[in-house]
Design a protein around this ligand. Structure first.
Ligand code: NZQ
Ligand code: ZN
Length: 388
């Protein structure tokens, strides 16, 4: 276990009606807001009206950036930063899923950078100053509501890049599970697969002395499998949506990750799929994850896969360990299948001609020798091909 300092600076207001705390939270930082949202789900479910009414009643002024795309674009970040500069914005309030939140996080530092925001993503410039970000989460998935990272896409260059800074971690997040009642089946399944992937990326790590955190990870995975299935059948089941929402945050808020070395494997492979084909992040992960598991199963990893099989799926611990490991991978695939997630890259519109370039780019961001099982471009290509 490596040394770490645990300091999560996000204040979370969890539960029904917690939106009433938003105006007060905003006013701690000022009274001019940039309200950021996507393509209108928050207008359909009434959240937009609730939030703006709260602002009006509390003398909070706001300007808006709407139309943030899933896989948010650097052009939206530029637009938001311009709005912040021109209007003297004090606080950014992101209302939506990971895309809206990520876009807002990068706006928070792009506002103070005198150039295109993409420079920050390609590390040509370093973010130095930040506006505070608050979130109202409407989709349980990325955990962006409680972490300090953001992923932004540039579809002209087919790049989807990550930026992280402690100052980008939201100051306040409102987590009201009822806001996720309107999330459709596809996004519910995809979001839950994303939470599982965050946990799996951390669970399958080279470090072996994490008994407490590994049990915590298994609890999160069981929560996703159990309540993901219920939320798909009963979208307005509060218990299911609440468990998924809180699992989303804990999957990536550093509690399970600090102390491990941590470079991830499946996410870099997926980000190339999204960068080239603009696919839904969690769906890409669900397609790749079982194939990755099969590819890295070996004498070095079999014990961990067997542990996963016994503790998450309840497979008989008395069976031979490869038998348990293979059954665990099969069950992982079955969960995603039962949620209606496509099983092949072909089904989500990916074409074979781009596999090689995507594999090369993924290999470059794979974290070298410190990942669970190091992979080169050839390995990634084999995993992509296994998903066709
Ligand atoms: O745009 P609107 O109209 O809001 O619709 C969205 C969008 O179409 C819809 N939606 C959200 N809440 C809803 C709803 N529809 C009905 N009712 C609601 N309550 O869902 C669609 C997808 O939204 P999006 O924000 O794109 O989904 P998600 O939360 O899965 O975010 C995905 C993005 O986050 C990145 C992904 O790569 C992707 O770009 N990630 C961010 C991470 C982070 N910051 O730490 C980590 C993750 O691994 C991930 O990479
Ligand atoms: Zn993810």
């Amino acid at each position: 276990m490596y040394n770490f300092t645990y300091d999560i600076g996000t204040k979370v207001h969890f539960g029904k009606g917690q939106i009433e705390k938003l105006p007060e939270a905003v006013k701690e930082y000022g009274n001019k807001v940039l309200l950021v949202y996507g393509h209108g789900s928050i207008r359909k479910n009434g959240l937009y009206d609730t939030i703006t009414k709260g602002f009006r009643e509390n003398g909070i002024e706001w300007v808006e950036l709407s139309g943030v795309d899933p896989n948010p674009r650097h052009t939206s970040v530029d637009e938001g930063a311009k709005l912040c500069r021109e209007n003297g914005v004090d606080v950014i309030v992101a209302v939506g899923g990971g895309s809206t939140i990520d876009c807002s996080k990068v706006i928070s530092c792009a506002t103070f950078y005198d150039g295109p925001s993409w420079d920050l993503l390609i590390k040509k410039a370093k973010p130095e100053k930040f506006l505070p970000v608050m979130t109202v989460l409407t989709l349980a998935a990325t955990g962006s509501e409680m972490d300090c990272g953001a992923v932004i896409s540039n579809m002209e260059t087919n790049d989807k890049l990550f930026l992280a800074a402690p100052e980008m971690r939201p100051k306040v997040s409102i987590l009201d599970p009822t806001y996720t009642f309107s999330v459709n089946k596809y996004q519910t399944a995809s979001g839950t697969a994303d939470i599982m992937s965050h946990v799996l990326e951390t669970y399958f790590s080279p470090e072996k002395d994490f008994y407490m955190l590994d049990r915590f990870c298994e609890g999160l995975l069981k929560t996703c499998i159990h309540y993901g299935t219920i939320a798909l059948e009963q979208p307005e089941n509060y218990e299911a949506r609440a468990n998924l929402m809180w699992a989303s945050s804990w999957g990536i808020n550093d509690m399970i990750g600090y102390g491990k070395r941590g470079p991830w494997t499946v996410h870099p492979m997926e980000h190339e799929l999204s960068a080239f084909f603009d696919i839904t992040h969690g769906v890409g992960l669900a397609i790749l994850t079982p194939a990755w598991m099969e590819y890295v199963l070996s004498d070095n990893t079999v014990d961990k896969f067997a542990e996963y099989g016994v503790n998450v799926f309840g497979i008989d611990a008395g069976l031979e360990k490869y038998e348990i490991a293979r059954a665990a991978i099969r069950k992982t695939r079955e969960v995603f299948r039962s949620w209606g997630i496509p099983e092949t890259l072909r089904e989500v519109g990916i074409t074979e001609d781009k596999l090689e370039i995507m594999a090369q780019k993924a290999a470059k961001s794979l974290g070298g020798d410190t990942v669970y099982v190091p992979l080169n471009a050839g390995d990634v290509l084999k995993i992509y091909k296994a998903c066709f």
